[in-house]
Design a protein around this ligand. Structure first.
Ligand code: AMP
Ligand code: GLY
Length: 423
């Protein structure tokens, strides 16, 4: 099979690394890819926003299958255009990608099909939203409706904070994404991420993970795209997984199909495990970054036939096997991230991979044959261990061997699970 992978982050490096191990693979291309992905794929310079150019390239190289990593091309309808051109594609249609592209869309789906989530209302102007906040009281959550690079959510502990967040949205802090606002009930509990494939009819549960959104140790400081993750998430017991499938995923699949937007791709469900059980915080319609890196470390099965079955409506014929070990990834970021940071700082050394540990590239480039950091989140140091405690020790031992002066990382990734394992 000839495969084209779209994307350039740590998630795509992990996907490329796994796909490259498939005996079914004849050739792997990545657009635009990164220097880590270049170890497994031929990099191509394609403007991913130019769907006709992507299709032309796929035809020229007789690509059998396209795997789309990030959300932006999905929300822009790249999967629809590729499929219309007769090319099998992993990733939901533009209509189905609204599950991530519009928080209001997802909340309305939950309301229609009785999917547990916080009570909410949608608003197109500030005053009615503020009246609702005053009526409900704090804590309460204010969300820009559209894609805001993970920054459009305010968990307001006071009414004043919520009112200010509403003004921010309607004053254009998140551009078009904030033209509509969702105000929803604060959910109290422990968060977990759940990953599940669907071909529009059948579901295949993958695995669970926990993320670390804040930049600083002890979950302090501003939000980021994620500073580290581990899998599995201990709070997601077999019972919780079963309930999530039955109460959240299955009604989503049948509801989307009934509404004329069948979902094909990966559900990345952000869950709050409350006293009542799993409740949906949000859906993403792609693998998490860096959650994908820990999932790929733990996946024993060949990834390629699983993704292909998802794209071609034959998911009932495949299964996914997982290592019992835990996997943990530590993000090395440029000093200053998530604020301003220097670009093109040199990375002098990245330690070799082993079966049990690997450094994925997330924001790197080659400049005059030297590896440099180009992004905020730059490397994902990922390792396996019998326990999260052991995976954590392996990951930090490897991270400490990376030579990159301008890099930093959190030192406590996995702390919740480590504390549980000690108890
Ligand atoms: P989101 O971008 O929707 O994932 O929200 C970002 C973060 O805000 C989530 O990971 C949660 O930590 C928090 N959050 C979002 N919605 C709620 C809610 N209804 N109750 C409590 N926390 C929330
Ligand atoms: N790590 C969170 C995300 O990929 O959205």
């Amino acid at each position: 099979m000839k495969v084209l992978l779209i994307g350039s982050g740590g998630r795509e490096h992990a996907l490329a690394w796994k796909i490259a191990q498939s005996p079914l693979l004849d050739a792997l291309y990545a657009a635009p890819g990164n220097p880590g992905i270049a170890d497994h794929a031929t990099l191509v310079e394609l403007n991913v926003e130019d769907h006709a150019a992507v299709i032309a390239f796929a035809k020229e190289k007789a690509i059998d299958f396209v795997v789309i990593g990030p959300e932006a091309p999905l929300v822009a309808g790249l999967a629809d255009d590729l499929r219309a051109a007769g090319i099998a594609t992993f990733g939901p249609s533009k209509a189905a990608a609204q599950l991530e592209g519009s928080k209001g869309f997802t909340k309305d789906l939950c309301a229609r099909y009785d999917i547990p989530t916080g009570a909410y209302q949608r608003f197109k102007s500030a005053e009615p939203a503020k009246d609702y906040v005053r009526a409900q009281g704090a804590p309460i959550v204010v969300k820009a409706d559209g894609l805001a690079a993970g920054k459009g959510v305010t968990v307001a502990m006071t009414e004043a904070e919520a009112l200010a967040a509403i003004d921010d949205c309607f004053d254009g802090a998140f551009g078009a994404a904030g033209a509509e606002v969702v105000v929803e009930a604060f959910l109290d509990g422990e968060e977990a991420s759940f990953f599940c494939l669907s071909d529009g009819k059948t579901a295949l549960a993958l695995a669970t993970a926990q993320d670390h959104k804040r930049v600083g140790d002890g979950d302090t400081g501003p939000n980021t795209g994620g500073m580290g993750a581990y899998s599995p998430a201990p709070v997601m017991t077999a019972t919780m997984v079963e309930r999530t499938m039955k109460e959240i995923i299955e009604p989503t699949i049948s509801g989307m199909a009934k509404d004329g937007n069948p979902f094909s791709g990966v559900f990345f469900a952000g869950l709050m495990i409350t006293a009542k059980g799993p409740e949906l915080i949000e859906y993403n319609v792609r693998f998490g970054d860096p959650e994908c890196q820990v999932l790929m470390m733990r996946l024993k099965s060949d990834l390629l036939p699983i993704l292909y079955a998802t794209a071609t409506g034959t998911l009932d014929r495949v299964d996914a096997e997982w290592r019992d070990e835990a996997a943990l990834t530590v993000v090395l970021a440029s000093k200053g991230y998530p604020g301003a940071y220097d670009k093109n700082t040199p990375i002098a050394h990245i330690p070799e991979a082993s079966e049990e540990a690997k450094v994925f590239h997330a924001g790197t480039a080659l400049k005059d044959d030297r590896l440099v950091a180009t992004g905020g989140r730059v490397l994902n140091v990922t390792a396996l261990g019998k326990t999260v405690t052991e995976a954590q020790a392996h990951a930090y031992a490897l991270a400490d061997r990376v030579e990159w002066e301008n890099g930093f990382c959190r030192r406590d990734i996995g702390w919740q699970a480590v504390a549980r394992e000690k108890a």
